[in-house]
Design a protein around this ligand. Structure first.
Ligand code: NAD
Ligand code: MG
Length: 390
């Protein structure tokens, strides 16, 4: 039983893969957390069910057209129902919560996360697009408001755990591991025939559809390289990617004395989610243990950026700076959504991202959210015109 009083927690994107697993982790520690706010994009059924279960102070649904239904479902409770982008921001900045889980997918997660940091709240951040698009603004908000970003992404949690107790100045490089996705061994000549169902069949992780497609194109690893640049203040050349198909080593750090540290475990997001919630402590939990008797080998190979250009494009965008990462992210979000709708082919995703970067990336570093919104909107328009000509 913890001696301290429970922490106030709000979960942005509580109906998603990371959001539901965050609720599962919080339920393991009922004395440690009080949940004050939950949000969803449009899944009224699950949000209402979650709200009835954990009884937060308020919930927000981004799709405002669903607010009336949600109010109806919660009419016999004291839960306040908010809607739209303002509703999300309100949940992100509730007085009673001092820790916010950022588990919305895509650019939509950025404004509430920024608002939470600016209100001085610590943010357990799964929503990597936030750091890709607005790494400088997020870093600035942390510094100005004494708030902390705690990594949830498994690779970044691994690096964070390896860095505990170390002097940052002794870090030579980091190695982000990548499963390689479902098409690691497939003949690249057949990539244009890849269907959404094939791309959604990830070998090791069960996740939301957008990140699963990103894992298949290796854009996910590219976004993670940019995420690592901001979380750990590293130059692009100090961030390596290594394909490791078993996803047992979650990432590694190389230090200046020639030593390396790695963090290992079964692929289970509940472990990094819990570490972000328990940091700087570790709490006993019944998550699945690594069983060495079932692991035949740990394999490694370099990533193939000819077959998977998205990883190279992400490094290019990181090095270019300015609005390039925001353009990369927006172009990718639109292309992935169109691929999931079967409106475009798999290789149209890197094509659209490359095209958008060439046409739109500007060298000036965006200083505010509005500039980023404009870059995001322009890239979305550009990709739709490119891929869906009238
Ligand atoms: P998901 O699609 O399962 O869930 C996304 C959540 O965001 C849902 O609650 C959804 O209702 C909400 N949402 C979607 N669109 C929205 C909008 N426009 N406005 C407000 N809310 C909206 O996604 P996920 O797999 O849980 O991933 C969430 C984030 O965490 C992503 O950025 C992803 O890259 C990152 N991440 C996920 C995993 C994983 O294992 N799933 C691992 C590492 C990082
Ligand atoms: Mg990851």
């Amino acid at each position: 039983m913890p001696a301290s009083s429970p922490r106030g927690l709000s979960i942005l994107g509580s109906t998603g893969s990371v959001g539901t697993q965050t609720l599962e982790v919080a339920a393991l520690f009922p004395e440690r957390f009080v949940i004050h706010g939950l949000t969803a994009g449009s899944n009224v059924d699950l949000l209402a069910e979650q709200a009835r279960r954990v009884r937060p102070q308020c919930v927000a649904i981004a799709d405002a057209s669903k607010a009336a239904t949600l109010r109806d479902r919660l009419a016999d409770t004291a839960v306040e129902v908010l809607a739209g982008a303002d509703g999300l921001r309100e949940v992100a900045t509730l007085d009673a919560a001092d820790l916010v889980m950022g588990a919305v997918v895509g650019f939509a997660g950025l404004p509430p996360v920024l608002a939470a940091l600016r209100a001085g709240k610590d943010v357990a951040l799964a929503n990597k697009e936030t750091l890709v698009v607005a790494g400088a603004l997020v870093t600035e908000a942390q510094r100005a408001h004494g708030a902390h970003v705690l990594p949830v992404d498994s690779e970044h949690s691994a690096i964070f755990q390896c860095l505990t107790g170390e002097d940052d100045a002794t870090v030579e490089r980091i190695v982000l591991t990548a499963s390689g996705g479902p098409f690691r061994t497939r003949d690249p000549k057949t990539f244009s025939a890849i269907t959404p169902a094939e791309a959604l069949d990830h070998p090791n992780w069960s996740m939301g559809s957008k990140i699963t497609i990103d894992s298949a194109t290796l854009m996910n690893k590219g976004l993670e390289v940019i995420e690592a640049r901001w979380l750990f203040d590293l130059a692009p050349d100090a961030i390596d990617v290594l394909v490791h198909p078993q996803s047992i080593i979650h990432s590694m750090v190389a230090f200046s004395d020639g030593s390396m540290k790695a963090q290992l475990g079964v692929p289970d997001m509940k472990v990094p989610i819990q570490y972000a919630l328990s940091y700087p402590e570790r709490w006993p939990a019944p998550h699945e243990r690594l069983d060495w008797t079932t692991i035949a080998a740990l394999d490694f190979e370099p990533p193939n950026t000819d077959a998977f250009p998205c990883l190279r494009l992400a490094y290019d965008a990181l090095r270019a700076g300015g609005t390039a990462p925001a353009v990369l992210n927006a172009a990718n979000e639109v292309a992935v959504a169109l691929f999931l709708d079967e409106a475009i082919g798999f290789m149209d995703i890197p094509r659209a991202v490359e095209e958008a970067l060439q046409a739109l990336a500007a060298p000036e570093t965006p200083r505010d959210l509005d500039t980023l919104r404009a870059a995001d909107a322009a890239a979305r328009r550009h990709v739709k015109e490119l891929l869906l000509p009238a």
